[in-house]
Design a protein around this ligand. Structure first.
Ligand SMILES: C[S@@+](CC[C@H](N)C(=O)[O-])C[C@H]1O[C@@H](n2cnc3c(N)ncnc32)[C@H](O)[C@@H]1O
Ligand SMILES: [Zn+2]
Length: 359
């Protein structure tokens, strides 16, 4: 965690806020390991006497979540996971765990997202690799459509392995925070930040992965930081950010409407949300009742997601509409690619929406 980001963004306690309504600022409680301007291990603490919740910093990534126990216990493998094993021994572990196990699914996810985010830096990538990757292109289109942004810092919600946060800093010159709930992905992002190296397992086929270690000296990296935060319970005072990117996030989130609500609160007047979504719903990520479209085929919207999202982003148009947001612009069919292995790349046609924060 960069001290500079902590000072600029002034995070608040996500535990006592819902009860008291008043945000309580976090303090740096203990610094256990430091590397230049990064606190690598430490503890943040809520300053409210009756709360005093603690939030740990692991490997440079602060975990500022209301459900810390659930996060740590469900992501124990990722938090305690080593990233210093040789490629051969990592491969033995992959063979022993086998397909479909948590180790295997994590490795697949890291392969897919890190390839899209960093393969443009890879001299070994066969011609036709992404330059830049599709998430950065989606972001560039979103920034173009969003136009001018008010002054202030930016947040990349569901930043995964981090490249779009770096791209935001490079293109806007602003302070940028990337947040995600997947610790293994954040560790890759933090590795780029602190070591200038993108290190990830690229899946060839089946259980066969090749270790990639790519020099990633990215412009604007000194204005970026990565924190583990739930986009549905952001630990910031209202109006902290000038813009938020939520690229391919809402159909991966456990509570999509809460993500929109939390994003709206975090945006200042005139702030903009850049949302893209392929509406690839799965009950593993989101309970069916919380999907935006994708069900209720015989209802008024015939199962379509786009009209429901528009209504959620228009005050008074839906019982769950989010106050203070409006749709400013839209584009259909924005290509976004997820590589499964060397013979499979899934291409989505994402829906891009620019939401504006009204006064
Ligand atoms: C489909 S991936 C997209 C990643 C990246 N934005 C991109 O476009 O390449 C969705 C990401 O959202 C993260 N995510 C899911 N629910 C989240 C939440 N409630 N808060 C923050 N991140 C979340 C996942 O861990 C994952 O990294
Ligand atoms: Zn608190």
């Amino acid at each position: 965690m960069r001290r500079r980001h902590f000072e600029i963004l002034r995070p608040v306690c996500p535990v006592c806020r819902p009860d008291s309504g008043e945000p309580s600022p976090l303090e740096i409680g203990q610094v256990l390991a430091e590397e230049s301007e990064h606190i690598v291990e430490g503890l943040l603490r809520c300053g409210r006497d009756t709360c005093q919740s603690e939030f740990p910093i692991f490997d440079g990534v602060p975990v500022i979540m209301p459900g810390l126990r659930v996060f740590v216990s469900t992501q124990l493998q990722q938090i305690l996971g080593r990233d210093d094993l040789s490629e051969a021994l990592e491969s033995v572990i992959g063979d022993c765990c086998g397909p479909g196990t948590p180790f295997d699914s994590t490795r697949q996810q890291l392969s897919s997202y890190a390839w899209d985010h960093y393969a443009d830096l890879d001299p070994d990538e066969p011609a036709g690799g992404p330059r830049p990757g599709s998430a950065v292109r989606v972001l560039e289109r979103g920034l173009e459509l969003a136009g001018e942004l008010p002054d202030g810092p930016l947040i990349d919600l569901g930043c995964s392995v981090g490249r779009t946060a770096f791209a935001l800093a490079e293109r806007t010159g602003r302070t940028v925070l990337g947040v995600d709930v997947n610790f293994a992905m954040l560790r890759i992002a933090a590795g780029v930040l602190r070591r200038g190296v993108a290190r990830y397992p690229r899946r060839r086929i089946g259980l066969v992965y090749d270790r990639r270690e790519l020099a990633a000296d990215l412009p604007g990296a000194d204005r970026v930081d990565f924190w583990a935060c739930d986009a549905a319970a952001l630990p910031f005072a209202d109006g902290t950010f000038a813009a938020a990117a939520a690229l391919n996030l809402i159909d991966s989130a456990h509570a999509p409407a809460e993500v929109l609500k939390s994003m709206a609160a975090a945006l200042g007047d005139g702030g903009k949300g850049i949302l893209t979504c392929p509406y690839d719903w799965s009950s593993a990520a989101t309970p069916v009742e919380s999907w935006i479209g994708g069900h209720s085929q015989r209802g008024p919207d015939r199962g379509a997601a786009e009209p429901v999202l528009r209504k959620l982003l228009t005050a008074g148009a839906h019982p769950a509409s989010i106050e203070g947001l409006e749709v400013l612009a839209e584009q259909e069919g924005v290509p976004w690619r997820v590589r499964m292995h060397e013979r499979s790349v899934v291409e989505y046609a994402a829906h891009l929406v620019i939401a504006g924060r009204t006064e």
